[in-house]
Design a protein around this ligand. Structure first.
Ligand SMILES: Nc1ncnc2c1ncn2[C@@H]1O[C@H](COP(=O)(O)OP(=O)(O)OP(=O)(O)O)[C@@H](O)[C@H]1O
Length: 609
């Protein structure tokens, strides 16, 4: 038999379109052809297992070779092969209709959507024409008495097919796909380039892939195995294999393994993260039946889980659709929920089984847990039992433990629990110390996310508010019933206020006199919690109503302690210098005394001495 035919498609000239639109992703032709070869091999194995094929299986390997002089790349398998009729059916019709469908879809989309389709759409066999000006198939079916089928196509809609016999027949069962590489695709004749592509996409394919005599892949990567058959060392070794450049070992990992209602396997690693800038996204690799698809797993994995590393393998994630569709896909949503739950399970287990070990890792996983709580309500519900708060004392508490710890001492007169925190224990040291003197506990909230995290906790925890230690004088941070009474007359209070206002002469500083404890500092500078948060939010991009606060100059409360022994000196003649000195000391405690003012302070101090 030898015939020439015309491939029946509705889109004329499909190849120029494929070639042009898939420009950036030409390399996937190799993934597609090697995957087909692997599929054909696995189908043969299944037929043999079912007893439908009784012949020798032989060595089931896929071989890729390149001949630079002849400008040929060959992909050979020992799979089930195709007869001439099957080629007509599978290649001429089915494969073409896939390509046609792609082009149709492609034409409809806007430019951005097009970018997203590229690389996600398995174009299958016809992607060969992205790099080849002519493609040949030599195939010998496993079926008894089948003749060799030989198909050629030059990328037009014309093909020829014949059934060579005798010395021209293919000796062995299986298929050779021969690409005659086009002039503009010379790069794919380079051995190094091909090896790189194979390593990227085929590293974990289930059938051995040999390139120029060298084995490319690990056919049974650990995510395909049973967790009970694996040791910690296996997981660590695999991490190294995935990220050879990484110096650190992963903290721990989760082996994903589910069959129903969707199929998903994989391993997610928690990386060691010392600071927030180190977080690397796009470290999770997505596979479909062990074929590498992409490392852009956005939309498949919840945003906060992108901080994890590892591998996800699922044939149930549609790869041939645009991103927006992916988000709406029911399987993808279920996968999202499943992964989130698994991650929460793992953290809960670590916390429960080994509290000390969990606390040790907290520095590395804290940010991740908080990020998860902020971005996913379901995760919040799980994580609220194992999220930890760190006291400046160094001790770590769960939310419940902490509430219990401070409840007795840190309730205000209205029965609200006031959580005190510092964003910088060094800089706010004076305030922290003052709080500790009253046996108040102070939390360290110095991570970037903490401001948001505090906001979330205030919403979720009942009758609880957070105040930064320098938001008010220690007595006013947590307002108790028994405020100390002032020993000053009203006149003296007024005078005190005037002396300080005059000495400070800065409209951003609002002086007020209050009866603090005699042991407290004579002057305390604070910034109201509400105002500070509004301004912070405005700085970090909160819009709308925040604008008003953001554009206001910073303003501070200067609280003069009416009960301080210093007051009598300020009220005496020449008290303005003392007032100025006391104010500067308060600035100093806040880390706000700088430049010229600092120089003047030092000079004045020397004089006073
Ligand atoms: N090496 C091969 N051996 C046997 N059959 C093959 C081989 N390559 C392709 N085929 C047949 O041709 C068909 C079309 O292949 P093509 O790669 O275009 O699409 P596909 O593999 O079905 O889907 P996908 O778009 O996911 O690649 C295959 O389904 C298979 O039946």
């Amino acid at each position: 038999m030898s015939e020439t035919g015309s491939i029946s498609i509705h889109t004329e000239n499909i190849f120029p379109i494929i070639k042009k639109f898939l420009y950036s992703d030409h390399e996937i032709f190799l993934r597609e052809l090697v995957s087909n070869a692997v599929d054909a091999t696995q189908k043969l194995k299944s037929l043999a297992a079912l007893g439908e094929y009784k012949g020798e299986l032989g060595e089931l390997k896929v071989r890729v070779t390149v001949d630079k002089d002849q400008r040929k790349i060959t992909i050979s398998d020992h799979g089930l092969g195709m007869t001439a009729d099957e080629i007509k059916k599978y290649i001429n019709q089915i494969a073409f209709s896939g390509a046609t469908e792609f082009v149709e879809k492609y034409k409809e989309k806007d430019a951005q959507a097009k970018d997203q389709i590229i690389g996600q759409f398995g174009l299958g066999f016809y992607s060969a024409f992205m790099v080849a000006k002519e493609v040949e198939i030599w195939s010998q079916s496993y079926k008894e008495g089948a003749l060799t089928a030989h198909w050629t196509c030059d990328g037009s809609t014309q093909y020829t097919i014949d059934e060579p016999t005798g010395e021209h027949a293919k000796a062995e069962r299986g298929t050779d796909v021969v690409l005659h590489v086009a002039e503009d695709s010379d790069e794919f004749l380079e051995e190094a380039r091909l090896r790189t592509i194979l390593t990227k996409y085929c590293k974990f394919l289930p059938i051995p892939i040999e390139f120029e005599g060298e084995l490319i892949n690990d056919t049974t990567p650990i995510w395909t195995k049973q967790p009970s058959d694996l040791t910690d060392e296996d997981y660590k070794k695999f991490y190294q294999e995935l990220y050879p450049m990484s110096m650190d070992e992963p903290l721990f990992w989760i082996h994903l393994n589910v069959d129903y209602p969707f199929n998903l396997t994989g391993i997610l690693y928690f990386p060691k993260v010392k600071d927030e800038l180190q977080f690397q996204r796009n470290k999770i690799q997505l596979y479909s039946r062990q074929v590498f698809i992409t490392d852009e797993v956005k939309d498949v994995v919840p945003e906060f889980l992108m901080l994890l590393h590892g591998v996800i393998d699922s044939p149930d994630i549609p790869l041939n659709v645009s991103r927006s569709f992916l988000q709406a896909d029911a399987n993808v949503r279920k996968i999202n929920t499943y992964i989130t739950r698994k991650v929460a399970d793992k953290l809960a287990e670590l916390f429960r089984k080994d509290r000390a070990g969990y606390e040790e890792k907290w520095a590395d996983i804290g940010l991740f847990v908080k990020y998860g709580m902020l971005s996913d309500d379901k995760f919040y519900e799980r994580a609220k039992d194992f999220v930890l708060l760190k006291s400046v004392s160094g001790k770590l508490y769960t939310l419940t433990e902490y509430t219990e710890h401070i409840q007795a001492n840190q309730q205000d007169k209205d029965g609200n629990t006031v959580v005190l925190y510092t964003t910088d224990a060094e800089q706010q040291h004076g305030f922290v110390a003052a709080a500790q003197e009253r046996d108040y506990d102070v939390l360290n909230m110095d991570q970037v996310l903490d401001a948001h995290f505090i906001g979330q906790l205030e919403q979720k925890l009942e009758k609880t508010s957070f105040k930064r230690v320098d938001a008010a004088t220690v007595g006013q941070l947590i307002e108790k019933e028994e405020a100390p009474a002032s020993v000053l007359s009203e006149d003296d209070q007024k005078k005190l206020e005037e002396v300080f206002t005059g000495a400070i002469s800065n409209p951003a500083m609002h002086v007020k006199v209050a009866a603090l404890s005699p042991q407290d500092a004579p002057v305390v500078i604070t910034q109201n919690e509400f105002m500070r948060r509004m301004k912070d939010m405005q700085r970090t991009g909160g819009g709308g109503g925040m604008q008003m606060f953001g554009s206001m100059p910073d303003s501070f409360d200067v609280t003069v302690n009416a009960n301080s022994p210093l007051v009598s000196k300020v009220l005496a003649d020449g008290g303005e210098t003392i007032a100025k000195q006391a104010f500067d000391l308060a600035l100093l405690a806040q880390g706000m005394l700088k430049g010229e003012a600092l120089t003047a302070f030092v000079k004045r101090s020397t004089e006073l001495l």
